[in-house]
Design a protein. Structure first.
Length: 142
């Protein structure tokens, strides 16, 4: 399914996040610092703001009584909190602990992005009127 123009900017962020998640998942002691640095740069420039936009604009876009929406929103919020905490914890870790934490962060980030692309965004695109979807797009900073 082709992504709506209104959500394309977020999907582009997701593409970058998936690439960085792969680097984190595949990291080893020799390259974990590079993978973490690349992720940290993305997080500082795009990732945290991306989460804020989703929480501020996307999650309120559908009513809570829309089938499955309340549960999807709860999952997004819980995963955002978990990913934020894991990202913040990376700096304090070294060696094998850092590798394990980076790999777990990468796996969780990948799963989160895939959920949003395959389920959350699809719900929005299918349930919002074209006008409401356009309004969502106008509220996004992308």
């Amino acid at each position: 399914m082709k992504r709506s123009a209104e959500l394309t900017g977020l999907s582009h962020d997701h593409h970058t996040a998936l690439f960085l998640a792969m680097r984190l998942r595949r990291s080893e002691v020799a390259d974990v610092d590079d993978a973490v640095a690349a992720f940290a740069d993305y997080w500082a420039t795009t990732g945290d703001h991306h989460f804020d936009e989703e929480e501020r604009v996307l999650l309120p876009a559908l009513p809570a009584d829309s089938p499955g929406w309340k549960e999807a929103c709860a999952r997004v919020c819980a995963e955002h909190a978990d990913l934020r905490a894991r990202a913040a914890a990376l700096d304090a870790l070294r060696g094998e602990q850092r590798v394990a934490a980076a790999q777990e962060l990468g796996a969780r980030l990948s799963d989160h992005v895939r959920f949003e692309e395959r389920e959350l965004f699809v719900m929005l695109e299918q349930r919002l009127t074209p006008e409401a979807l356009r309004a969502v797009g106008e509220q996004l900073d992308h």
